[in-house]
Design a protein around this ligand. Structure first.
Ligand code: GLA
Length: 365
């Protein structure tokens, strides 16, 4: 059918710069070659029909005037972006949407940002709204904040929209709106690859803890008298009396420094150094920011034991995925080692796969 158009929308990993996107720090995500496809056809009425192959999903229908609280389950993201457009004054009629995903759901690889940003790209192009990618990211973020109820930063949306094959996306979140730049990633030329280890764990405290971390960071910034916590100085943090706020601040400041060092290492092809920085980031997230979990820690340890140059959790934490920078000839060994450690713990088998930097959301046909 000629009136059906198709968008390809990637998931993302964050190479480094975790929990910095709401602290004014730099973040370095990368869109990946695990994507979802969204097929869209306009309708003559005001109904949005949604079909998907996501686990546990059935057909969902709602009107373009949908309001927060009226839709739940995975479709809340689709309803949220519809609501976000309409309430910003970008009016449109109904549509049939079919979503096919190759991003493992619940893996922390931003399938939700792919869904909101993919639908945002489709609405923008099909109705000639003339919005740029940053506008779309902001509308998608508003859907998460005010419709879904998740106070996320802008990293995932910008990664999914600004991704570029062969490049990571360096985002400066201190700017309003955040600005993006691309950084070529060339480890493959040196026989290395990026392995994603999906722990298939999801701890239910994730959402509440995310909001709690955000709130702690805001409190620390207020106490230190800075707009963004990433702007505080290490010396000043000595003045913080609360040990928890001190630890959160230490993560934000050391992680900010690590992102800059990582970009430098990537630009020089200094892979051993990059690996060390990735692993240090994991330790900081585990010990100072306290957003890791046993499944992530074991994945990282096992990958390092089996010869990864570096490894860390990626994304919000409390489950989801880890990434590891691995020599090509060690990929099978890393995978086996992680699987064996999980089997010994009687955890669900993890899923490990290689990813490459991919293009952001785009119209296919
Ligand atoms: C989640 C959020 C992002 C970011 C990361 C942590 O993925 O959606 O905005 O805060 O956690 O870096």
């Amino acid at each position: 059918m000629t009136d059906v158009r198709r968008w390809d929308v990637p998931g993302r990993v964050n190479l480094i710069g975790e929990h910095l996107d709401y602290n004014g720090g730099p973040v370095l995500p990368m869109a990946i070659d695990r994507s979802l496809t969204i097929k869209v056809r306009n309708r003559d009425d005001d109904t949005i029909n949604l079909w998907s192959d996501l686990p546990g999903s059935s057909k969902v229908a709602f009107g373009t005037g949908v309001q927060p609280g009226e839709v739940d389950g995975w479709a809340v993201y689709a309803a949220g972006i519809v609501w976000s457009f309409m309430s910003a004054g970008h009016q449109f009629g109904g549509a049939d949407l079919v979503v096919e995903s190759r991003i493992p759901s619940g893996s922390g690889l931003s399938s939700s940002a792919a869904l909101t940003c993919g639908i945002a790209s489709a609405l923008n192009q099909m109705h000639d709204f003339g919005l740029d990618r940053t506008d779309l990211a902001l509308l998608a973020q508003r859907a998460e904040h005010d419709f879904v109820g998740a106070p996320v930063g802008l990293m995932d949306q910008l990664a999914v929209l600004y991704g570029e094959a062969g490049h990571a996306v360096l985002i400066d979140t201190a700017q309003s709106p955040p600005t993006t730049d691309t950084v070529p990633v060339t480890w493959e030329a040196d026989a290395l690859t990026l392995l994603v280890i999906n722990t298939r764990a999801h701890h239910s405290l994730a959402d509440g803890e995310y909001a709690a971390r955000r709130e702690e960071c805001e409190r620390a910034a207020a106490e230190l008298g800075v707009e963004w916590l990433s702007e505080a100085t290490l010396d000043a943090t000595i003045g913080l009396t609360d040990e928890t706020l001190k630890a959160r601040t230490r993560h934000v400041l050391t992680e900010t420094a690590r992102v800059r060092a990582a970009v430098n290492a990537i630009n020089r092809g200094a892979w051993t150094q990059l690996g060390t920085i990735l692993t240090a980031s994991h330790a900081s997230l585990r010990d100072d920011f306290e957003v890791s979990c046993p499944e992530l820690d074991v994945a990282v340890e096992a990958a390092l034991d089996a010869g990864a140059l570096g490894a860390r959790m990626t994304g919000g934490g409390f489950g989801g995925s880890a990434i590891a920078l691995v020599p090509l000839d060690r990929v099978a060994i890393v995978r086996e080692r992680v699987e064996a450690r999980y089997a010994a713990q009687r955890w669900k088998p993890p899923e490990a796969f290689v990813v490459r930097a991919a293009d952001g959301a785009h119209l296919v046909d």
